[in-house]
Design a protein around this ligand. Structure first.
Ligand code: DP6
Length: 353
């Protein structure tokens, strides 16, 4: 653990404490795929924080003889989530020994349908880390200032890399870059430069192709980048994409931003398909939808592009100015091909409940 968190060590919890936070999901435009060390990204990534895809979590901490974790997800006990959080807490307890004597009761739900198959690990981990840090701040009598969010981002990163970007609204960066010395590998930062109004309220229509659990987790996928023949080329590509996309975002140029977004998605999946143990997360319908979007873009000449995370679902990205036209098109043409569509957009970041 880094000193930014270890400063918060504390003696045993004396009485019951409670915190409740809502945190958003985020969609990466420049992908984090591959790690250099423990939760240290191999390249800078850039994401859009969403507004309607949220996790809402309550954490109750009470003094106990030993660490105990229970996780209730949408009203039902979820031993798998409890186990994931427990191993995270055990890893934190090497520096925060006081965690070993706490009973953690976690109650969480998502505002998007549980079966929707969109990544809830970022929003879920961010909401949990906000609650945990909130309680540690209560124990230390600290005000929740700017440093609180930096620490929450740092903590979330240790739980799940992409979660660290869910701590801020709008476009968010994570990972060192020569573009700005203040961008860090250990926590995310909201994009500092001014963004062209064209990109000020980006829309993300999430086309749910499949809500099945994926056969290879992201954690496993990152691991397979270690031995990957093309990893260093991929990391250079992402670094270069990151620098170029910032130029496009500044000047309002979709002809720079759009192709980079799509190339990032396809490169991510190409890495999976060419890894030492190859695998495919895309489904035939994902490819069908890609063709549909490309065709619509060519016909309509509207700036409508896709991105994909580590799964089969398509995120359609477009500016607010064409929202009505794109939504009508998706309702008519894409709806019959998918399980569900979630019309989301840029959001403001987490909030305390
Ligand atoms: C494809 O953050 O889920 O969504 O750090 O191992 O928990 P861990 O991985 P995770 O990886 C997300 C990968 C991605 C791209 C991205 O969000 O940047």
């Amino acid at each position: 653990m880094n000193s930014i968190l270890s400063q918060l060590a504390h003696s045993a919890l004396q009485d019951e404490k409670k915190a409740k936070w809502q945190a958003p999901s985020n969609i990466a435009l420049i992908k984090y795929w591959g790690k250099l060390g423990p939760q240290i990204p191999a390249n800078p990534s850039l994401s859009l924080t969403l507004s309607r895809s949220l996790s809402e979590t309550t954490l109750i901490c009470s003094p106990s003889e030993r660490m105990e974790v229970s996780f209730e997800f949408e009203g039902e006990n979820h031993p798998k989530f409890a186990q994931k959080i427990e191993s995270f807490l055990v890893s934190l307890s090497t520096e925060w020994a006081f965690l070993k004597k706490i009973k953690f009761s976690i109650f969480s739900k998502n505002t998007f349908p549980h079966s929707a198959g969109i990544a809830s690990s970022a929003s879920g981990m961010a909401a949990f880390c906000l609650c945990l840090l909130d309680i540690i701040y209560q124990m230390n009598n600290l005000p929740k200032d700017e440093l609180f969010y930096i620490r929450a981002s740092h903590l979330s990163r240790l739980g799940s890399g992409s979660a660290c970007r869910s701590l801020y609204g709008g476009l968010v960066e994570w990972g060192q870059s020569p573009v700005d010395q203040s961008y860090s590998d250990t926590h995310a930062t909201p994009i500092k430069m001014s963004i062209h109004p064209e990109f000020s309220q980006l829309q993300d229509a999430i086309l749910i192709v499949s809500s099945e659990e994926k056969p290879v987790s992201s954690r496993e996928g990152h691991g397979r980048m270690g031995e990957h023949l093309f990893s260093s080329i991929r990391f250079s590509q992402a670094k270069s994409h990151f620098e170029q996309i910032l130029k496009g975002l500044k000047t309002g140029d979709w002809t720079i931003v759009g192709p980079i977004i799509e190339s990032e998605a396809l490169s991510l999946h190409a890495m999976m398909m060419t890894s030492p143990e190859p695998y495919i997360l895309l489904k035939p319908k994902t490819l069908e939808l890609i063709q549909l979007i490309k065709h619509f873009r060519e016909e309509s000449r509207l700036p409508v592009y896709f991105t994909i995370d580590a799964g089969p679902n398509l995120h359609v990205i477009y500016p607010e100015s064409v929202k009505a036209k794109v939504q009508t098109f998706l309702e008519n043409e894409a709806r019959p091909l998918v399980e569900a569509i979630i019309f989301d957009e840029e959001g403001h970041g987490p909030q305390v409940c």
